[in-house]
Design a protein around this ligand. Structure first.
Ligand code: ADP
Length: 739
């Protein structure tokens, strides 16, 4: 190789080396720069970290101090809590989920009578064991093992029921244990000894008070019962006296005695009933009965008083409601008599309306609503709340004039309550009152008066009356039967309106201007002479011999009962129009005429024999006088023994038997007589006479073999009726010769 080439190679090599050097130098400086930057970043980072460390250190210090404060607070709170728990008189403890005691206050531990074992750490099961083993608890009727089992089972339940335990020292502790979230149990042991003793004292006091109240009620009931016997003598004798020859003044005196006696009996009955309800001795006797008839009987009873005051009594009985139900008819009558009696008593003019509606409930049950509405003095708002209380009367100057015990509504309310119903009142002073009650009764089996299917040609009626409500009720009822009704408010209007097509007329008896009979007479002369006229009268027995009665088709008792209405319409249907027929007496009139009819004279050999067993001399006399007009042979027995003897010797056709008699009472005597009959045959009717049938008595009376019972005071008519009912065929007629 040439030198030049060598030199060129060397130069190239030097140049390459210089370039490499340059490159490396720039790389080095770049690396230096990067290193510098990195060092800077690191320095910054270190600074930051150092600052952070400082902050954390500060925070740590703070947390530490906060923790110390919190711990102190917790300590204080715990101390306070324990202090409080210790302070409370009742025991307090808590147990962990396994039933180990964690803590308890002194009162709690004190229950264990200083047993050293009972301390925090003791298991619940051990405590229970100790309680029985050491006789701390009185396990009452349970054996120790059973008591423990019971306590353990209770403890383990998710939410134990509070329990009262009795300790050896007669203290009563109520344990209330509550399970917390984690299964811990907080246990409270309350000492309720004072409360238990107080409750026991209260219970004894209440029992004593109730016993005293029952004794008082029983005393009142007995007293009322005893008073009735002599009152029977007074009223009975007075009744007999009125039948004897008296001048006007004497008659007044006797009537006063009789009326006062009867009024007194009403009061005694009220007191007796009230006492019985109070003494819880009143029992209802449900039986099938006709509620419409029951209402009408009560109306009949009170009708004379209402008539004297010029009051109309109206009955609006839902035409499509059954009338036969199962209930206590006697008590129902009593409620109705009270409510209707009050309505009449507190009403001077206008009317009293009894409304009966009902809806089918379920099965045979019906909800029956009965309301009694009057146009009387009403009751002020402030008094209305009190009238159902006993002896409460709206006492102000206005009603001092009204008599009464103030027990009627209280009794009615309780009776209705006993029937499962309720009573209410709505009243406006000066305008009138409505008393209503609701009872649920089952429909009785047996025939029900159905609304009649009306005959063809019986589709128009005329109703004539002054009283618009009365007309409205009839209008509604006839309307429901599909009869078109023309209403007239007077006789004159009826004559004017009368036209062909009217099939029958219902006319009120009393109307101003032209009364119902005059209307019938006037109609009989015109072209409508064939149209039957029914007279509706609150006194159907009026002027029996009045020739004008011939113009009437029938006289109907007011208020008109649903049954009567049905019967009359069916009668019209079957017989057609019979305007010329003599008036048909109503059921009531029929009954009385039957009673007073004299039987045919006969030559039957012997007299009917009646035995009366009655120890009270006065009542014997009353009885003798009451039957003196009957053609019978009467014998008396003073006690049950005499009655049994007389049964054999006298061979009576029937026996009236007083129930309470000395030596042998009426029930016993009856049993003896029935025994005799069992061997010798026959069955003599025996009627019990009681001063007042106490509940339960009537059943016992009938169970003793008596056929019937009557309550005193004895009524002549009732006794005659009974004797008539048992009159044997082969004896002389017994008809009263003074009938
Ligand atoms: P009594 O009628 O024997 O006084 P009640 O208990 O039957 O007792 O009635 C209590 C009171 O309620 C009556 O005294 C009377 O003030 C008032 N009262 C009851 N019914 C009526 C009525 N229909 N109209 C006005 N007041 C009445």
């Amino acid at each position: 190789m040439s030198l030049a080439n060598k030199l060129a190679d060397e130069r190239r090599a030097r140049l390459a080396a210089e370039r490499l050097l340059e490159l490396k130098q720039s790389e080095l400086s770049a690396a230096n720069r990067k290193l510098g930057r990195h060092a800077l970043a690191l320095t910054r980072q270190i600074g930051e970290t150092q600052a952070e460390v400082a902050t954390v250190r500060d925070e740590n210090e703070k947390v530490k101090s906060d923790l110390t404060v919190a711990n102190e607070k917790i300590e204080i709170a715990e101390r306070r809590l324990w202090h409080s728990i210790q302070t409370i008189q009742d025991g307090f403890a808590f147990y962990d989920v396994d039933g180990t005691m964690i803590g308890a206050n002194t009162a709690y531990l004190g229950l264990f009578d200083g047993l050293e074992e009972v301390l925090p750490g003791v298991p619940y099961a051990r405590i229970v064991q100790l309680m029985t083993d050491e006789g701390i608890v009185n396990t009452e009727n349970l054996g120790a093992a059973d008591w423990r089992a019971m306590m353990t089972q209770r403890w383990e339940s998710p939410s134990p029921e509070p329990i009262v335990i009795r300790l050896w020292n007669q203290e009563y502790i109520k344990l209330i244990d509550q399970r917390g979230h984690g299964g811990d149990i907080v246990s409270l042991a309350l000492n309720i000894t004072a409360t238990v003793h107080y409750e026991a004292d209260l219970k004894t006091a209440r029992q004593k008070a109730e016993a005293a109240n029952r004794a008082k009620s029983a005393f009142l009931a007995n007293m009322s019962h005893e008073i009735r016997t002599p009152m029977n003598g007074v009223v009975g004798m007075a009744e007999l006296l009125t039948d004897s020859e008296l001048d006007e003044e004497q008659l007044l005196y006797v009537n006063t005695i009789k009326n006062s006696g009867e009024a007194l009996l009403v009061i005694i009955n009220d007191v007796l009933d009230y006492s019985k309800i109070e003494a819880d001795k009143l029992i209802l006797h449900p039986e099938p009965f006709d509620i419409e008839r029951c209402i009408h009987e009560v109306v009949m009873l009170l009708q004379p008083t209402a008539r004297d005051k010029g009051l109309d009594i109206l009955v609006d009985f839902d035409l499509f409601l059954p009338t036969r139900f199962v209930g206590d008819p006697g008590r129902m009558r009593q409620i109705l008599t009270n409510l209707l009696g009050n309505a009449i008593k507190f009403t001077a003019s206008g009317h009293v309306l009894i409304r009966v509606t009902g809806i089918h409930d379920k099965g045979d049950d019906f909800n029956i609503h009965i309301s009694i509405e009057d146009t009387g003095i009403g009751i002020s708002e402030d008094k209305i709340e009190h009238i159902f209380g006993e002896f409460n009367q709206v006492e102000d100057d206005r009603n001092r004039q009204f008599e009464g015990t103030g027990l009627g509504l209280a009794i009615s309310q309780r009776l209705i309550g006993k029937m499962g119903g309720s009573i209410w009142v709505d009243s406006e002073e000066g305008k009138g009152s409505v008393f209503g009650f609701k009872v649920t009764m089952a429909k009785a089996d047996g025939p029900e008066a159905e609304p009649p299917a009306l005959p063809k040609g019986l589709n128009q009626a005329m109703v004539v009356g002054e009283q618009s409500l009365n007309r409205t009720i009839l209008d509604k009822q006839l309307g429901q039967l599909g009869i078109e009704v023309t209403i007239c408010s007077s006789g004159a209007e009826a004559l004017e309106t009368m036209r062909d097509g009217i099939d029958f007329v219902f006319a009120e008896h009393n109307m101003p201007g032209m009364d119902g009979i005059e209307l019938a007479e006037a109609l009989s002369t015109g072209k409508s002479s064939e149209v039957p006229v029914f007279l509706i009268s609150s006194n159907p027995g009026f002027a029996q011999n009045d020739p004008a009665r011939q113009y009437l088709h029938a006289i109907l008792q007011k208020p008109l009962s649903r049954n009567e209405l049905f019967t009359r319409l069916i009668d019209l249907k079957t017989r057609g129009s019979q305007a010329d027929e003599a008036p048909q007496p109503t059921e009531e009139v029929k009954e009385t005429s039957q009673q007073t009819e004299l039987p045919e004279p006969t030559d039957k050999p012997r007299l009917m024999r009646v035995l009366a067993a009655e120890d009270n001399k006065t009542n014997q006399l009353v009885f003798r006088k009451m039957v003196k007009t009957l053609n019978i042979e009467i014998q008396f027995a003073k006690n049950g023994i005499e009655a049994v003897a007389a049964f054999t010797e006298f061979q009576p056709d029937m026996i009236f038997m007083d129930i309470s008699m000395p030596k042998m009472d009426g029930k016993e005597a009856t049993r003896e007589i029935r025994k005799l009959e069992a061997t010798q045959g026959g069955h003599v009717p025996i009627i019990a006479l009681t001063a007042h049938a106490m509940d339960g008595d009537s059943d016992a009376i009938l169970a003793a073999g008596l056929d019937h019972y009557m309550t005193k005071p004895l009524r002549k008519a009732a006794i005659h009726e009974r004797i008539q009912a048992h009159y044997p065929e082969d004896v002389q007629p017994i008809a009263p010769n003074d009938a």
